[in-house]
Design a protein around this ligand. Structure first.
Ligand code: ADP
Ligand code: MG
Length: 715
């Protein structure tokens, strides 16, 4: 099974010869070496990092064939298509869309030793006929893609993955096992080998996606989200964009809204007829369709390198899902933007949705009773998932009896055997005395883990810590902020509000925003809730009398509303502000805020702002892009040169890039094309300190990027 360790150069030569890649990417060679040496291995590497190669290369070098388990047909097809032409005829797959004759032909080729790699879905392993194949073909390697699906506590539990344990202990006892996933916390990295029953060498590469800008835009309500999405989508109509929404109806409505605005947009979800889905996907891949509004079903197994923008219209159900969804952007390594729209209401929806998705004790009872009712003597129960769902009266839209059976099996009440055709075959076990307690404990843990996932992703949205840092911390990676690639470390000002014309002058942000917020609350004569307080602090025209009459009205008016709101929410979470019920005028109550503890106030960092911003309803606008007037191609070139210089300079001084200049200023410089320090001084956002520090350099960058002479001056 194992080959002699190849010298580094030799392995690279094989990589070049077989796949045409110049060199290994981070982590790949280590994984390949483990596998070639016959060591079981778990690879945790980010989306797009090239996990497939980790089994494709060994599969081509090992003497015995490789079996790859992959959860989706779309993923399998994509993998097979991406195998280099010359190797294609040694790779095949068996799944539900392959007809019986083709299956027979493929198995025949496998038996004759003409197949190096066979892809199957995990369900296939449960089929008795396939079990015979496993017993007769000497597979040397089992590669398990998307291995996080094995975790019952995880975000993507697939009960069929649990069966892999038995395969690895049975027919594939002698094969090397490798597991691959993009999303595993440290805890999950330990759980996967346990669930598979193998000890595995762990290879982790950090999941930091350098080219992705993470933004969270906090908005008031659904209406504001729609407005934002509309403008955001139209700001870059030529770029490949995915908008993810939770519900199918939502996808359809948003797509219609964008189409009415003249955009090339379509919706995509699991209910569409397969032909239509395929056609939409095809148009998106070739680039004739730019914007897709989809449920998360879209994108798995799509290796489109140039997706520039991803917008999550709803909270994803976990940080893992967040990473997977935004991870579809920028696979070509080019800068790409990922925006999450956050509202309080949606955070609440997520929590409800998370709970509603889990099996309940009542449902488990019904499934078990339905199974028992079908039992004849000592024989196994044979039943299709659909029939079982109906018999147990499960909501077929949201619940799968396969998951319920997984839980019952874990509690020792049943054992799922090899499937009988497309039906499940289930042995009823004598119920353990503590069956109810076992089920209760399992459900409790599932609920706790699901709730934690929801809380984690909401905290990610509401916190004012570096987004990349938060993601890295979640997965146990280390990252030092500021990253310059998120809305926290490098905020954009609220350009939509700016575009409305700077009507009011606000004071520069205070040095200690948290203290200033508490001061404002402490001085309130009428209690306010979060929205009212944010209106007060940002100097919004929609602030009520309590806000407008406060001495602190507009104290943080120089900052985007979304930033201020995030800070307020963080102070509430930290107990620095306390929410309590206050009687409202209409006889009900509302959540008002009062000062809590001042101990351990967080140090919020305000972006140095121009001090001016329209006092309009910023809440609906959020951090919109791109700001201001569109740039001409020559101006775009200058802006790009300035950006590159700024990035380098920011690295040099180890400060976020906005400290040097904000995007808006950068754009103004690109448009104005200044030739002297005096001209530079006229540009909004270039204070004397910046001129002194960077003025000459900026002028040099502008001069160098000018194409020829005929550039206009000023704007
Ligand atoms: P993952 O499964 O980790 O999300 P894939 O295996 O689908 O990523 O690989 C993503 C892309 O990277 C594919 O287009 C693949 O061909 C490419 N790739 C993989 N390894 C290398 C390499 N060593 N050099 C260049 N490209 C690579
Ligand atoms: Mg993959």
């Amino acid at each position: 099974m194992s080959a002699a360790p190849a010298p580094s150069g030799a392995l690279r030569a094989e990589l070049r010869r077989l796949f045409g890649f110049e060199d290994f990417r981070q982590g790949q060679e280590e994984v390949v070496r483990h596998v070639l040496a016959g060591r079981d291995c778990l690879a945790v590497m980010p989306t797009g990092s090239g996990k497939s190669l980790c089994y494709l290369l060994p599969a081509m070098l090992l003497p015995r064939p490789t079996l790859v388990v992959s959860p989706l047909i779309a993923l399998m097809k994509d993998q097979v298509e991406h195998v280099p032409e010359a190797l294609r005829n040694t790779v095949t797959s068996i799944h539900s869309q392959v007809g019986p004759e083709d299956v027979a032909a493929r198995l025949h080729a496998l038996g004759e030793g003409r197949v190096r790699i066979l892809f199957v879905a995990p369900e296939r392993l449960r089929q008795e006929r396939f079990a015979r194949v496993l017993a007769s073909v000497p597979f040397g390697l089992l590669a398990i893609d998307e291995a996080h699906c094995v975790s019952m506590w995880g975000h993507d539990f697939r009960p069929d993955y649990l069966f892999l344990h038995r395969v690895l202990g049975g027919p594939l006892r002698g094969a090397t096992a490798m597991a691959l996933t993009a999303t595993a916390t440290l805890a999950l990295s330990a759980e996967i080998p346990r669930a598979l029953g193998r000890e595995m060498a762990l290879v982790r590469t950090p999941g930091i996606r350098e080219n992705l800008r993470y933004e969270v835009v906090t908005l008031e309500d659904e209406e504001a989200k729609k407005r934002y999405t509309d403008r955001w989508a139209r700001a870059a109509p030529g770029e490949s964009t995915i908008i993810y929404a939770r519900a199918r109806m939502q996808c359809e409505r948003l797509a219609r809204m964008l189409q009415q605005g003249g955009l090339s947009a379509a919706h995509y979800h699991a209910e569409l007829p397969p032909a239509e889905r395929a056609a939409i996907q095809e148009r998106f891949l070739e680039g004739s369709l730019r914007t897709i509004v989809a449920t998360t079903a879209f994108g798995m197994g799509i290796d489109k390198p140039d997706i520039r923008r991803v917008l999550l219209y709803n909270y994803p159900s976990s940080v893992e899902d967040y990473v997977q969804q935004v991870g579809r952007a920028g696979r070509d390594g080019q800068p790409s933007t990922c925006v999450l729209l956050a509202t309080r209401a949606d955070a609440g929806n997520l929590r409800r949705f998370t709970r509603g998705d889990l099996p309940t004790l009542e449902e488990l009872r019904r499934v078990w009773s339905a199974l028992r009712a079908r039992r004849r003597g000592d024989e196994d129960v044979v039943v299709s998932a659909g029939e079982l769902a109906r018999a147990a009266d499960l909501d077929a839209q949201r619940k799968s009896p396969i998951v319920h059976c997984g839980v019952l099996e874990r509690a020792g009440l049943i054992e799922r055997r090899y499937d009988a055709g497309s039906d499940m075959r289930i042995a009823m076990l004598p119920p353990p005395a503590d069956a109810a307690a076992r089920l209760g404990a399992l459900l409790e843990r599932m609920a706790a883990e699901a709730a934690q996932r929801a809380e984690d992703v909401v905290a990610f949205g509401e916190s004012s810590r570096c987004r990349h840092l938060q993601v890295a911390a979640h997965f146990g990676d280390v990252l030092l902020p500021p990253c310059t690639r998120c809305d926290i470390c490098a905020p954009r000002l609220d350009p939509a509000a700016e575009a409305a014309g700077a009507a009011r002058a606000f004071p520069p942000p205070p040095a200690d925003p948290a203290g200033a917020i508490l001061d404002a609350v402490g001085a309130l004569r009428w209690p306010l809730g979060v929205a009212g307080l944010v209106d007060l602090l940002t100097g919004s025209v929609s602030a009520g009398y309590a806000g407008r009459s406060s001495a602190h009205y507009g104290a943080l008016g120089a900052l985007p509303r979304s930033t201020v709101k995030r800070w307020v929410l963080e102070l509430v979470r930290g107990g620095h502000l306390e929410a309590y019920q206050e009687a409202s005028r209409d006889g009900g109550t509302y959540a008002a805020l009062r000062v809590g503890t001042r101990a351990g106030l967080p140090a919020f960092h305000a972006a140095p702002a121009s001090g001016k911003r329209a006092g309009g309803r910023g809440g609906a606008a959020g951090a919109l892009e791109p700001p201001g007037q569109p740039l001409s191609p020559a101006e775009q070139a200058t802006a790009a040169a300035l950006r590159a210089w700024r990035l380098e300079e920011a690295r040099r001084i180890a400060k976020p890039s906005y400290v040097i200049m904000q995007d808006r200023t950068l754009q103004a410089i690109a448009q104005a094309g200044p030739r002297s320090l005096a001209e530079l001084r006229h540009i909004h956002g270039m204070g004397e300190r910046r001129i002194e520090e960077w003025g000459e350099q900026i002028l040099a960058v502008v001069a160098q990027s000018e194409p020829g002479s005929g550039r206009r001056q000023g704007s």
